[in-house]
Design a protein around this ligand. Structure first.
Ligand SMILES: [Zn+2]
Ligand SMILES: [Zn+2]
Ligand SMILES: [Zn+2]
Ligand SMILES: [Zn+2]
Length: 316
């Protein structure tokens, strides 16, 4: 969607130029070509000095013709500013806007408001999902899902501030806490392993929310128990997801974290299924050596059956 005074089209990524088409404001910036008022001293869009003797207002105004006053200048110069001006048209200083109620999230590149399904940030033109910041981990995860023969269910990974997780109301949106990635100077091996673990764990939640009917089947319940959709994990516990080996205790779970809740049990089972490439023979060998419970084998078999059924291979 293209809304007036956004720099880029969020669908196609094209740079926008908001000229004074209808002759409403009566002037355009010499530098960026966007609509301005001849009363302005600065271009509120690119910040250029457009002061002209005899035209520009000596006093900061509220809203000259063609513009609204949505707020006062952040710096208290007394002038009015219209959303989403980047600069005050009177004193030229940068403006910030609280956009929380207009957008679903924030761009990991510029911090301004973006929606989950946007392909280009309307403000900086960058990738608003932040997936461009973790290409290696995402490629690895995509490959792992492929070799595990798990059909793409239309998930979308987004780097966002806050916590990692999947909201059952938006089952395909997988949010990854951007703090792990944005601003990191060294993307070392450890953080990469952690990212792959975190991604596959969260994808497990998304997979389950997308196939919720399955949780109502006898097979699923016998293996994982009752899952309640209302639950949403607070995952600042990502450190757990680096482990690639099955934990010895607790006996009936792949990891200690899995024992916290049936949904975490599933997400952890999914993580191991995917990171171990769906090779159950391998996994079961490790279960045997670590004396894991029978129910744990059952969990992986139930998942494998379901994955196969989704690909149309039929049930066992
Ligand atoms: Zn300009
Ligand atoms: Zn100002
Ligand atoms: Zn941006
Ligand atoms: Zn979780």
């Amino acid at each position: 969607m293209v809304t007036r005074y956004r720099s880029f089209c969020s669908a196609c990524g094209r740079a926008q130029r908001w000229s004074d088409d209808g002759g409403v404001t009566g002037a355009e910036c010499y530098k960026c070509g966007w609509a301005v008022s001849e009363k302005f001293a600065s271009c509120p869009w690119c910040g250029a000095n457009i002061h002209e003797e005899g035209y520009s207002s000596d006093e900061p105004l509220k809203a000259p013709r063609g513009f609204r006053m949505d707020a006062r200048c952040d710096w208290g110069c007394g002038g009015g500013v219209q959303y989403p001006m980047r600069h005050c048209p009177w004193c030229s200083r940068p403006q910030s806007w609280n956009e929380d109620r207009f957008f679903e999230g924030g761009c990991p590149h510029c911090g301004r408001g973006v929606d989950d399904w946007m392909n280009t940030c309307p403000w900086c033109g960058g990738d608003p999902t932040g997936r461009d910041l973790i290409p290696r981990a995402l490629t690895r995860v995509r490959r792992l899902l492929l070799v595990s023969r798990i059909k793409d269910w239309g998930y979308r990974v987004l780097l966002r501030p806050g916590i990692s997780g999947v909201d059952p109301q938006y089952p395909s949106i997988v949010e990854i806490e951007q703090r792990y990635v944005v601003g990191r100077r060294h993307r070392d091996e450890i953080s990469w392993t952690m990212l792959v673990g975190l991604l596959t764990h969260e994808l497990g939640h998304s997979f389950l929310y997308n196939h919720w009917d399955w949780t109502r089947t006898r097979q699923f319940r016998r293996a994982f128990g009752e899952v309640d959709k209302a639950y949403r994990g607070m995952d600042n516990t990502w450190v757990y997801f680096q482990r690639r080996r099955i934990a010895i205790a607790p006996t009936n779970f792949v990891s200690a974290y899995a024992a916290k809740h049936p949904q975490e049990d599933f997400a952890e089972t999914f993580r191991f299924y995917v990171t171990r490439r769906g090779r159950l023979r391998d996994l079961f060998g490790e279960f045997g050596r670590k004396r894991k419970g029978v129910i744990l084998y059952e969990k992986f078999l139930v998942l494998q059956d379901y994955v196969r059924a989704l690909r149309g291979w039929g049930n066992r």
